[in-house]
Ligand binder design. Structure first.
Ligand code: SAM
Length: 303
C-alpha cells in the first residue's frame, strides 16, 4: 500500500531540488509531447495530472496555445514551483480564489483518486510519471475516464518493472527476497488491460528503456532523493538503517558498474494513449452481446 500522505510529503520536501535533478522527467515529458501532433485534435480543456513542477504543462502551453489548462498535483509545494514556471505571481485579491486562472492555467492541489471536477469536463488528460505512485490503477483510471468528455483522449507515461532494477537487485543481495525498497511498477500489459477494463477504447502502449549513469552509487541515490523518489511504500523500513547494512548495499550496487566504471540507474518508461468512445460506456469491451436494430431497418422477406 502506498501512503499518499508520505508521497505528498516527499515531493513537497523535494520541490526546491526537483528541477535540477529531474533529467529523466524532462526527457519523458518531451517524448510524450512529441506524440501529440500525431492526433489532429484541438482540445479546449486539458488536465495535467501529477503536474509536479510543470515540465509537461510547459509543453502543453506551447503546443495547445488556445486551451484552458488545469495543473493538478497532490503536493502543494510542487504546484507552487509549477505556478512560478507557468504564471507570474498573482495579485493578493487573486490569491483568495484557489481556482483563479492565470493566463489560461489553473493550479489545483488534489488527489488523482478524487478529482474535484465534473463528469465529462476535459477534452484531454495527460500525465507524466505520476501513475507509478498510485497502487490502485483501476480507481485512478476510472476517475480519469469520469472527467474526460466523450471523444476525449488520455496520454500518459509511467514506469515499468525494470525501473531501478540495479537498486532492487543490490537490496536483494543485502536483505533477501522480501525486502521492499522500490515501488511496485505495473508493466505494459497491466496498463493496457487496465485501460481497457476502465472503459477506454483503442489503447496503444509502448515501452523504452532509458539508463542514466552516475559517477558513483551515492551520486545516483542523491539524485533519486532530490526528485522525491524515496520509497513511499507502506512497508518501507522505519528507523535508522545500520551503517554496515548501508555500506553492504552501496558495495552491491557498485557491482552493477558499466565498463567505463559509471553506475547505471535504469528506467523502463511505459507510454500509453487511449480514447473515450463517442458514447461513454459503449466501448467495444462494454458492448452487450446482443445488437438492437430498428424495426424500420428490417426489410420484408419475400419468399
Ligand atoms: C515524478 S513527479 C512527476 C511530475 C511531472 N509530471 C514531471 O514529469 O516532472 C510525480 C508527481 O506526481 C504527484 N502525485 C503523486 N501521487 C499523486 C496523486 N495521487 N494525485 C496527484 N498527484 C500525485 C507528486 O506529488 C509529484 O509531483
Amino acid at each position: 500500500m502506498i501512503d499518499r500522505r508520505a508521497v505528498a510529503q516527499h515531493f513537497s520536501r523535494a520541490a526546491q531540488t526537483y528541477d535540477a535533478a529531474a533529467v529523466l522527467q524532462q526527457e519523458v515529458a518531451s517524448r510524450l509531447a512529441e506524440r501529440w501532433p500525431l492526433l489532429k485534435i484541438q482540445p479546449q480543456q486539458i488536465m495535467d495530472l501529477g503536474a509536479g513542477t510543470g515540465f509537461l504543462s510547459q509543453h502543453l502551453r506551447t503546443y495547445y496555445v488556445q486551451a484552458q489548462l488545469v495543473a493538478v498535483d497532490l503536493s502543494m509545494s510542487m504546484l507552487q514551483q509549477c505556478r512560478a514556471k507557468l504564471a507570474p505571481p498573482p495579485a493578493w485579491w487573486q490569491k483568495l480564489n484557489p481556482f483563479h486562472s492565470e493566463l489560461g492555467v489553473a493550479f489545483v492541489n488534489a488527489d488523482a483518486y478524487q478529482l474535484p471536477f465534473a463528469d465529462n469536463s476535459m477534452d484531454m488528460l495527460v500525465s507524466s510519471l505520476m501513475l507509478q505512485w498510485c497502487d490502485d490503477l483501476p480507481s485512478v483510471l476510472a476517475e480519469c475516464r469520469r472527467v474526460l468528455k466523450p471523444n476525449g483522449v488520455l496520454f500518459m507515461a509511467s514506469l515499468g518493472p525494470d525501473t531501478l532494477k540495479e537498486i532492487r537487485l543490490a537490496w536483494q543481495q543485502v536483505d533477501g527476497e522480501t525486502a521492499e525498497h522500490t515501488l511496485h511498477f505495473a508493466d505494459l500489459h497491466d496498463l493496457g488491460d487496465a485501460l481497457g477494463r476502465a472503459g477506454f477504447s483503442d489503447p496503444v502502449c509502448d515501452v523504452e528503456h532509458i539508463t542514466l549513469t552516475y559517477a558513483d552509487a551515492p551520486a545516483a541515490l542523491k539524485d533519486l532523493k532530490a526528485i522525491g523518489a524515496t520509497n513511499a511504500s507502506g512497508q518501507r523500513q522505519k528507523g535508522l538503517m545500520g551503517k554496515a547494512k548501508w555500506q553492504a548495499f552501496l558495495a552491491a550496487y557498485a557491482q552493477h558498474a558499466m565498463p567505463d566504471g559509471r553506475i547505471p540507474a535504469t528506467f523502463e518508461v511505459v507510454y500509453a494513449h487511449a480514447f473515450i468512445a463517442e458514447h461513454k460506456g459503449s466501448t467495444e469491451r462494454n458492448l452487450p452481446q446482443t445488437a438492437s436494430i430498428p424495426v424500420s431497418a428490417i426489410k420484408r422477406w419475400h419468399g
